[in-house]
Design a protein around this ligand. Sequence first.
Ligand code: ADP
Length: 629
Amino acid sequence: MAKKAFKAESKRLLDMMINSIYTHKEIFLRELISNASDAMDKLYFKSLTENIGLSRGDFEINLAVDKDARILTITDNGIGMTKEELDSNLGVIAKSGSLQFKNENESEENKNEDISVIGQFGVGFYSAFMVASQVTVETKAYGSDTAYKWYSEGVDGYTITETEMDSHGTKITLKIKDSTEEEDYDEFLTDYKIKGLVKKYSDYIRYPIKMMTGHSHLKEGTEDEYETHYELETLNSMVPIWKKNKSELTDEEYNKFYKEKFYDYEDPIAHIHTKTEGAATYSALMYIPSKVPFDYYSKDYEKGLQLYSNGVLIMDKCADLLPDHFSFVKGLVDSADLSLNISREMLQHDRQLKVMAKSIERSIKNELTKMLRNDREKYEKFWKSFGLQIKFGVYNGFGAGKELLQDLLMFYSSNEKKLVTLEEYVSRMKEDQKNIYFASGETVDKIDKLPQTELVKDKGYEILYLTDSVDEFALQMMVDYKDKQFKSVSAGDLDIETPEEKEEIKAKAEESKDMFEFIKETLGGKVKDVRLSKILKTHPVCLTSDGMLSIEMEKVLSQMPTEHSAKAEKVLEINPSHPIYNKMRELFDTDKDKLKLYSDILYNQALLVEGMPIDDPVDFSNKLCDLMS
Ligand code: ADP
């Protein structure tokens, strides 16, 4: 019998398919099961509208494996296909029968009928050729007397002949390819693999997917003889938890699902279950893990939500659904109105998806805000795990994430001795306080001892202690919060003196101008300036910086493996209330060589206090000894 050729464009697509557009061959089973489910949806829909007396419970999908013959069959009792349908549906790839059916039936009155057709794609069936060398489709349309058999070995074309079938529906027979060195096809002939694939991709198909499975038992009355007992097992659980109502579900059920699905031992810190209608219609079930995954802050971590189209998994990690700042969220999204192009695997980054991503981002933000308000302890636990990510989020978008993320931020407070939010900080600001003050360092304890924090504390102002390298960069991106500027206590000009204090400092600074110039020259370009300090109380010296780059930021940058790391414009500040100041004034007039020694030692001391390495420790040590002897 003459073979019919596939249409030209189909042939090319089929060729691509066989050579795998789909990266995972195993998804063929998902595709065929989805088609079967669609076919049953169609007949069920017909029975609803035409009253032919079929109910949901009448439908099922059967899988069978014959290992020796290398045969896998997928049988459904759905609507089946006529000869014409067989020819046009499986002969032309681009045409999708499912899509046509959907359009024809989507009138106003039946819009709410429980009908959904997942396969709007048009190439799914051909994925069978990724694992099979021969594909046979036997089908009998509902209400027809004749059954037909479609047979193909791939690109050459296909034949259609008449055949016998007892009842309506479709049976797909795959002759599984022989395994090669690169590719293992044998696994598709094991119960174990097939069961696993159904669980993985088709667990929530709403019709039972059944298979005869064998279980071996010890034969009764014997001690070492086994017999295999076969039973028809339903492989899928059918009802997706996210399709249920929140009120039907307990925390335990939510948590159990999370742990099974996302392989975590611990309960999540929160779950977010939403059903959204409107610009995008979808249900989402998302979780915030309680611990940081071990690879979270590494390149290996892959963010993303599982994407389902009406209960059928189409993508395992859809990265576009999750912004980076919320990449710790695990979960899934199920939507009926995704526009998919060539295959389920190559989901377009389309408008629909973007709308969903935006709304998902909002849901996560709301959940976190709620947690912050209602369960502080829980939020702090969350913050410990993922706060860093949120701060990177503020920094990375050049401040684009500011509005969304600023109220989720927390920093350690000098006054409260615990984590506080920016909102809390601002609400407590003193009447005369203009800025939000922060200080950076390695640990809270070390920052607390920084000389630069003294005066600000003295004024009773709260200081935020920044201990993560990204912190200061993030605040710089934000510029301000509720119109209050962020100001580093090491910025030199803190803007906290009274007018009288300002006058006094100015006069003193004038007095010592020459001496400062001398010290600056002595230090030979190591500092940009030497100034009278307005911020020191008890310490003799400290380093501050002019410009955008702080000393703390210089430290962070110097740890990065780049050629030329940027340097902060350092300023050596000298405390006029410290006895050393008067001593230096005296030396400036009497012993300039000694003043040089002092300058060098004081500069190095300032570096040490700041946690910076000193250039020449041996020289420093020698100079100290010179001074002592
Ligand atoms: P899609 O399912 O994306 O439309 P396929 O290539 O998988 O594309 O299938 C093409 C068409 O063949 C389907 O739209 C459907 O009309 C028909 N079809 C496939 N499998 C079956 C089946 N098991 N029962 C009835 N019709 C089927």
